[in-house]
Design a protein around this ligand. Sequence first.
Ligand SMILES: *Cc1c(COP(=O)(O)O)cnc(C)c1O
Length: 329
Amino acid sequence: MPLSPVLPTFADVEAAASRLAGTVHRTPMLTSGTLDRDTGVHFFFKCENLQRAGAFKFRGACHALARLTERQRRAGVVAFSSGNHAQAVALAAQLAGLHAVVVMPGDAPPAKLAATRGYGAEVVLYDRYADDREQIASELARDKGYTLIPPFDHPDVIAGQGTAALELLQDAGPLDAIFTPLGGGGLLSGTALAARALMPQCRVYGVEPEAGDDGRRSFRSGALVRIDAPRTIADGAQTQQLGRYTFPIILQNVTDIVLASDDELVACMRFFAERMKLVVEPTGCLGLAAARRMRHELAGARVGVIISGGNIDLCSLAALQRHKDASWA
Ligand SMILES: *Cc1c(COP(=O)(O)O)cnc(C)c1O
C-alpha cells in the first residue's frame, strides 16, 4: 500500500454522478417554514432517508460496483456490516447482477438479516464476541476471489457518497454552510469535495455523537485518534476511527467537526416525524441536531443538512420517544 493514498477529487464525484444516474434516486430537497421561523435559519434538507435501501450508502456501494473489472464482477463481492452498508451492497449487487456475500453478526436484528437476504445476498453469520469480522471477510475474499467493498474508506465509495451533496448544492442554490453526519467519513469527505468545488465559501461541518468524538479529536490534533466503539443511539456513527482516505480529505476541506447528544437526536426524530412526515433514524438526525445547537451563530444563513438515512422500525422509534425527554431544549 502506498504511504500517501491517491485521494479522490471533485472530478471523481462528477464522474460518479453520471455513472449513477438512473440507478440511484435523485432524492428530494425539503424545507420547513416552521423550523425556519423557530430558529431564524433557512434550512435545506437532502432526504437520503428516501434513497433506495433507505440510506445514502446505496450511492457509494453502487459506484464501487460500477467500477469493477469484468473479472471482478464474475467473482462477486463481499462486505461486512450490521447496518446500512449491508443492505446497500446487497441491493446494488442484485441490480448489477452479481453475487454478494455479507458478513453480519448472528445477533443482528432479524429485520436487517431478512432485508439483506431479501435483496438476494448470501449472509454469513459470525459471533460478535468471538470472531473477527474483517478477518472472515478477507479470508472469503482470498479463498473465493471476491472483491471487498468497504463501507467508507475507498475512493469510489467516497466519490459515490459525494453525489448526494452535489445534488443538494444544485437544488438549493447558494449555501452558507452544510452539515453532514460523520462516522468513518465517507459521506463527509464526499460532501466536502463537492462543496469546495461548487461553493468555496460554504462552511462544511461534520457531526458526531457526543459519545464518540474521535473524528473531532483527530481533526483538531491532526493525528488519527482511535476509540472504543461508542455507546450511542446513532448506530451508523459507531465507528472507531476515520480512514486513510477520508481523514486527509476531511483535514483539508472541512471547517470543523461538532457534536450532538442522543437527547437532541431524539428531539430531531420527533420533529422530522411530526412536522415533516419523515422517518429518520437517529444517525440521520446528527446534522439538524448540531445546526440547531448553533442556530444563533447561523442566524439568517442558508444551511444545507443531509438526512443520511431512515432505517428504523416503528417500535424502536416509539420506544426512544418514550424513554427520553423528546422536547427541544
Ligand atoms: C454509515 C452512515 C453514516 C456515516 O457515514 P460515514 O460515511 O461512515 O461517515 C451516517 N448516517 C447513516 C444513516 C449511515 O448509514
